[in-house]
Design a protein around this ligand. Sequence first.
Ligand code: MN
Length: 326
Amino acid sequence: MQGKIGLEEHFAIAETLQDSAGFVPGDYWKELSARLLDIHERRIREMDDNGVEMMILSLNAPAVQAIPDVRKACEIAVRANDFLAEQVSRRPDRFQAFAALPMQDPEAASRELERCVATMGFKGALVNGFSQVGTPDNVVYYDAPQYADFWAVAERLGAPFYLHPRNPIPAWSQIYEGHPWLMGPTWAFGQETAVHALRLMASGLFDRHPSLQIVLGHMGEGLPYSIWRVDNRNAWVKLPKGYPASKPLGHYFQNNFHLTTSGNFRTQTLIDAMLEVGSDRIMFSTDWPFENVDHAAKWFDEATISEADRVKIGRDNAIRLFKLDL
Ligand code: MN
């Protein structure tokens, strides 16, 4: 399919490049770092070769979220966003932008989101999971009360919020001890991000902001497969639900979440996601440069779904959600 749009496509600036170093063996680092630092050459060739018209670009991970020094986090976010705005202005027909946000300071994050979306035309934000605030061990998730105003700003701006994975901090990783292969995209990313998404749903955030839209990568981080059980465990036992949200969590999953195919090129999994949230809420993505554009595109172009769904998922849903000028 021609004209695809990718939404989980990363780059790095010098200050954040090393954050991606641990995710491939040493001999692959030269290749991965070159891919991360390139915007206009190799990346556009990959897009042209695989029918990808546009990428909405975002900073690598964990980057800003892993900078406990609040002032430094703000500074790097602004620097990355200014760099990205400049890159997009050179090829707005091929690239658009998601803001990096210093969630360590909710007010600064709101201001930066407003600056990026209202002033620079960014299409939303991509945030790499929880933030470390003040000290490396102080982990903050965004269902916390100090984010009340931030979410109001995101809703007012109509800015979708892409909740992207990161690894849990070492102190919270005992379950993976001795099994480092489980970290990162193998398992820990999905586990970490799914729990964060459930916390947002359960917090009542979407009762307060019913038009707020969250995007999850990797076909929903396992949630399409699990969300029914989240709401229906031990259904014969009458218990209070135990969280502030007014509706079953599946309701928010179907009304406030969108999923992308990033890094999860599997038709069986796509069909399960389509059965849970519908083909209007799923969008094509690669997760470049951690995954290959040709792997994503070849799978998607041949996946056994209807052509109508392929056009929605490959292109039209992204144009609608991000109000793309295409
Ligand atoms: Mn990614």
